[in-house]
Write a protein that binds this ligand. Sequence first.
Ligand code: URA
Length: 214
Amino acid sequence: MNGMAPLQDISEEELSLRHAALKQIKDDLLTNSAAPLWEYRKTNNFHPVIGEGSHAAKIMFVGEAPGENEAKQGRPFCGAAGKFLDVLLEHLRLDRKQVYITNIVKDRPPNNRDPLPQEIDFYSGYLDKQIEIIKPTCVVTLGRFSMGYLLPKCGLESELTAISKLHGKCFNGVFGDQSLSIVTLYHPAVALYNGSMRQVLLKDAEVLLTLLSS
Ligand code: URA
């Protein structure tokens, strides 16, 4: 045991309210034909990826957008980058059931291209609701897109700079009326192309141990 309590101490009633609210968001995403990647999703028989994990999680991980595996299965981080995310969680003695994992963009962009600003604008509405409902005490941004959205959103626009400067840092932010920590990490996919980045990511993630034990 490492003394961590990764889940919020909430009542069964609160938990079922959260399940219901999150189900509504999922149903909306499934049927909202205004989604910028709706046609691409339908043509390819892809699924939107809303997120998964505990609805009482203290820590929410926010990636960029589903890749092909994710869009086929409707689950976040179930491909190669996800395998490294699992390693990172294991390093923190956490598993997927003790955290919540999602992305800023909920549909797969064609050919894994970067998300467009209008896609981030649209899908971030879903992310905002997820944060409002789950009320994580810490949001971990994975990569520059979720960092670029969440730092300004949490009153930290002046801190925003290159991820090569911000990786492994922890900020105190405010989301609506919720205070929360924001931990900025590289995207786990960087570890796939550059072996030395594995160690950087694992070391950076250790800032979460301090957070959870305080
Ligand atoms: N990359 C992401 O940003 N999210 C996923 O779910 C998978 C790969």
